[in-house]
Design a protein around this ligand. Structure first.
Ligand SMILES: *[C@@H]1O[C@H](CO)[C@@H](O)[C@H](O)[C@H]1NC(C)=O
Ligand SMILES: *[C@@H]1O[C@H](CO)[C@@H](O)[C@H](O)[C@H]1NC(C)=O
Ligand SMILES: *[C@@H]1O[C@H](CO)[C@@H](O)[C@H](O)[C@H]1NC(C)=O
Ligand SMILES: *[C@@H]1O[C@H](CO)[C@@H](O)[C@H](O)[C@H]1NC(C)=O
Ligand SMILES: *[C@@H]1O[C@H](CO)[C@@H](O)[C@H](O)[C@H]1NC(C)=O
Ligand SMILES: *[C@@H]1O[C@H](CO)[C@@H](O)[C@H](O)[C@H]1NC(C)=O
Ligand SMILES: *[C@@H]1O[C@H](CO)[C@@H](O)[C@H](O)[C@H]1NC(C)=O
Length: 480
């Protein structure tokens, strides 16, 4: 069920456009963590500790794992919960079970096997995984590592809970004194000041972003017990928690039943989506106001806003009262990143894709979330996912599951990055302006105009009265 309504978008783009080739990364143990301390501003290193990720054009992030004796490049996907790889794994044990994993865009199936797994130094001797036959879509040596809650695992439900639980649950169960969390840091390819490609860690945090342990814990919102397989890493956005390019909040009402405050969006953090998915109204409010922007349908990608690449788009989200600015290099993306040819905007400029895309699939009649914050959002935070309290998991003093998000985007630095990367160093961002807003245009402006009219009338009356009084005084003086 999870996958049928919940496609990992990157599956769609990367496998459709054949981006999953040429991946060369090395397994890095946890030992590199402390020996590789670098400071973000002056960071020239591509490594930052943890298990280094390979970033393919900001479209997908791969980790290298060892399974049996083979290395596999697996996409890290917080939106699904199973491990599968394409190609033979040896040595491995066949469990005699077959299983399949259903994503919205495709499905994979094959025998459930067990082998020794090494994930950045964390070893599981007999990890269950799905082995699928390689083909053009799923190249030999690639796969997906699901990092979602265990209740969403297809292998666990089809093969049985005991041996089939997810990679992270196996790791957490092996050492119940270690905290049950995982962290993700995603790099940005065209960032002129930060050079790391990305990292994941299990049960520890990156030294450089240690502050994440001090930020607010955002409770994961639980789905009803009958829909446990649709449980994701989902949290509540603040009411009025989206500030658009004009500096005003973007209005929003949730579709998720049972949400106490209807102005709070339920947001799924999913590293398997290249493009965040948001309601059409939100995408329109973000991108429709720029000169030259246009909503188009693109084959293989769906409906998306095209915005001049030179247009700086500033958007800020807030969780638990804290602001999370989004880097303007993440708000729009060059079409070549997803292997599309150049696109012209309505006014003849080079066009970029608006990354916060209206939903390209149907969430169903009773959705358990309002938005999916994929890579374009996740590059702006160092994120920690705590698995305590998920069913079948070890529990950390009854707390959890929760998420912690440390903002790593500085507005001023991001602005200067944008000027360097997109404008050749010449800041023209102030000269573009915004079109008049549609909605507020019909609602607020007339009221505003009435008020102006009333004020003008009163001012004229007062001025008239003052003149009248003054003239009479003068007359009196003359008379006197
Ligand atoms: C493969 O792994 C097994 C045990 O896991 C080991 O005995 C063997 O030497 C390995 N083979 C190669 C070629 O590395
Ligand atoms: C698993 O799939 C293979 C290939 O389709 C088939 O030959 C085998 O009988 C299946 N095993 C089970 C237990 O269903
Ligand atoms: C278990 O985790 C604790 C806390 O992180 C750590 O000190 C200990 O070495 C771990 N034990 C094993 C066997 O890995
Ligand atoms: C989060 O969950 C904890 C424990 O379940 C609870 O005590 C706390 O009130 C929750 N916080 C919010 C903001 O709902
Ligand atoms: C883009 O897609 C085309 C057609 O699928 C393929 O031939 C080409 O190699 C791809 N280019 C890149 C850079 O992936
Ligand atoms: C975007 O935000 C930056 C930093 O606050 C600011 O300098 C810049 O002028 C803003 N750009 C636009 C187009 O609003
Ligand atoms: C804005 O208004 C125009 C004219 O009423 C309409 O054609 C257009 O679709 C509207 N755009 C949005 C984003 O609502």
């Amino acid at each position: 069920m999870l996958g049928t309504t919940f496609v990992s978008f990157v599956l769609y783009t990367s496998f459709l456009f054949g981006l999953s080739q040429a991946l060369h990364i090395q397994v890095r143990g946890r030992s590199s963590l402390s020996s590789n301390r670098v400071f973000r501003r002056e960071s020239t290193s591509r490594e930052i500790g943890g298990l280094t990720l390979d970033n393919t054009a900001d479209v997908s992030y791969y980790a290298e794992i060892l399974l049996g004796n083979q290395t596999f490049q697996v996409l890290i996907d917080t939106g699904s919960s199973d491990l599968w790889v394409a190609g033979e794994v040896s040595p491995s044990t066949d469990t005699g079970f077959n299983a399949s994993i259903q994503y919205a865009a495709n499905a994979v199936g094959g025998p459930v096997k067990e082998a020794r797994l090494n994930l950045g130094g964390h070893i599981v001797e007999d990890q269950a995984f799905l082995q699928i036959p390689p083909d053009e879509a799923n190249e030999e040596g690639t796969g997906i590592l699901g990092l979602g809650p265990g209740s969403g695992s297809f292998i666990a439900t089809q093969f049985g809970k005991i041996g089939g639980v997810t990679v992270l649950e196996r790791i957490f169960q092996q050492n119940i004194s270690a905290p049950p969390f995982m962290t993700i840091l995603l790099g940005r390819t065209k960032d002129p000041t930060d050079f790391f490609t990305g990292s994941i860690t299990v049960a520890e945090v990156l030294e450089e972003y240690h502050d994440i342990l001090n930020v607010a814990k955002l409770n994961v919102t639980k789905v009803p017990d009958t829909l446990l397989d649709e449980q994701h890493h989902q949290i509540l956005l603040d009411p009025d928690g989206i500030v658009g390019p004009d500096g005003k909040t973007i209005p929003f009402v949730t579709d998720v039943e049972g949400t106490e405050n209807k102005k709070q969006a339920t947001v799924v953090l999913d590293s398997g989506f290249t493009l965040p998915q948001v309601p059409r109204t939100v995408s329109d409010a973000i991108y429709s106001r720029f000169y030259g922007s246009e909503f188009v349908q693109i084959k293989g990608l769906g409906g998306v806003w095209i915005v001049p690449c030179e247009q700086e788009v500033n958007v800020t989200f807030s969780f638990a009262g804290k602001e999370y600015p989004i880097h303007p290099l993440d708000m729009t993306m060059h079409p070549s990143n997803v292997n599309l040819s150049d696109i012209s905007t309505a006014n003849g400029e080079m066009g970029c894709l608006g990354t916060f895309q209206p939903f390209t699939y149907d969430k169903g009649r009773t959705p358990s979330y309002d938005m999916v914050f994929g890579m374009a959002f996740m590059r702006n935070v160092y994120s920690l996912f705590n698995y305590g309290g998920y069913s079948g998991n070890t529990d950390e003093e009854g707390i959890g599951p929760y998420v912690q998000l440390l903002s790593i985007t500085d507005r001023a630095e991001a602005h200067s990055d944008f000027v360097t990367a997109r404008l050749g160093g010449i800041d023209t961002t102030g000269s573009r302006g915004l079109k008049k807003a549609n909605n507020s245009g019909s609602g607020r402006t007339p009221m505003f105009l009435y008020i102006v009219a009333v004020v003008v009338v009163i001012a004229v009356l007062i001025a008239g009265a003052v003149l009248f009084v003054l003239r009479r005084r003068r007359r009196r003086r003359r008379l006197g």
